[in-house]
Design a protein around this ligand. Structure first.
Ligand code: FAD
Length: 282
């Protein structure tokens, strides 16, 4: 499989990249290439220009502050995994990134690339949606931040506008939360059939805050906000768990594809929701 012809452009700074992206109608940034190169080879896309971001070294970083952790868009999965402050401040991201693809994918794939790709079965967008993370977009006229919930518009569709580059992800440091990432795959190293990112804060046996986000059940990460609101202040017991399980699964109509049928995805969604919440009870 050969990609269609394109012009390869190497850029050395965010400024250079955004100016070029702004000047062309059909240019695509290249980060780790783990999704872009297969899409080119399969001729799903055929852009005129591929803009290689890899020389921009200052887009790769993890900066930990008091309230939030900032991750540069070009930070690779393996860099996230070896960063101790992420393990402490944003354990949910660590738990999910451990399960992305295989070692080769984690060595090259980037956080910004996963966000830009917006595959509805991917792991990082689901975590960002659960955590209310912000995605920083930079263009030649400045920067803006978009909440993950507003950023993912549909399958492979985001809020990135012409001439914009994803430059940073800002994740809140959730203090006192229990987090877990549950992912069911058909084969080791595969995308999620269904996955759940859960962050929950308890006060004794009562739920003080809860965030649930799912991959693989919709055309973008699914966050059942109303179900979350209904659970806050209630005691976490078997009957509440069954109530949450039934409500979240009744709100989705997952796709049927080669990984699994719509019915099966819903069943998996119920099982992992129940399992994650029982873990919290335990
Ligand atoms: C075998 C295999 C298994 C995989 N398994 C999983 C899995 O289990 N879970 C999972 O979540 N993912 C999985 N992936 C996908 C992987 O996570 C990709 O690395 C990721 O989707 C894209 O990251 P990338 O850095 O390679 O981006 P690229 O492939 O370079 O780019 C992806 C898209 O994002 C755009 N883009 C990249 N950077 C930016 C930027 N800074 N600003 C704006 N747009 C940008 C590109 O133009 C392109 O459209 C798998 C991939 C492979 C090949």
């Amino acid at each position: 499989m050969y990609p269609p012809d394109f012009t390869y452009v190497r850029v050395n700074s965010v400024d250079e990249a955004t100016k070029f992206l702004d000047s062309q109608d059909d240019a695509r940034p290249l980060a780790g290439g783990q999704s872009l190169i297969p899409m080119l080879k399969l001729r799903v896309i055929s852009p005129n220009y591929i803009v290689d971001l890899n020389p921009i070294k200052d887009l790769s970083y993890v900066r930990s502050g008091f309230n939030s952790t900032k991750i540069g868009a070009l930070t690779r999965y393996y860099e996230v995994l070896k960063n101790d402050t992420i393990k402490i401040n944003v354990p949910l991201l660590y738990q999910a990134v451990r399960l992305v693809g295989d070692m080769q994918v984690r060595n090259l794939g980037t956080i910004g690339g996963s966000v830009g790709n917006a595959d509805p079965s991917s792991d990082v967008p689901t975590v960002l949606t659960a955590l209310d993370a912000e995605i920083v977009l930079t263009s030649s006229s400045g920067s803006r931040s978009v909440k993950a919930l507003d950023f993912f518009k549909g399958a492979f569709t985001t809020d990135v506008k012409k001439g914009e580059l994803i430059t940073e992800i800002v994740l809140p440091n959730l203090e006192g939360y229990y987090t877990t990432y549950k992912k069911v795959v058909r084969r080791a190293g595969d995308y999620a059939l269904v996955s759940l990112a859960l962050a929950i804060k308890m006060k004794g046996r009562d739920i003080e805050d809860i965030r649930l986000a799912y991959a693989g059940v919709s055309d973008k990460p699914f966050r059942p906000i109303e179900v979350e609101k209904g659970a806050i202040g209630k005691s976490l017991d078997d009957s509440l768990i069954e109530d949450i399980v039934s409500k979240v699964s009744s709100q989705v109509n997952p796709p049927s594809d080669t990984r699994g049928s719509s019915w099966y995805r819903k069943e998996v969604m119920k099982v992992i929701t129940r399992k994650a919440l029982k873990e919290v009870m335990g």
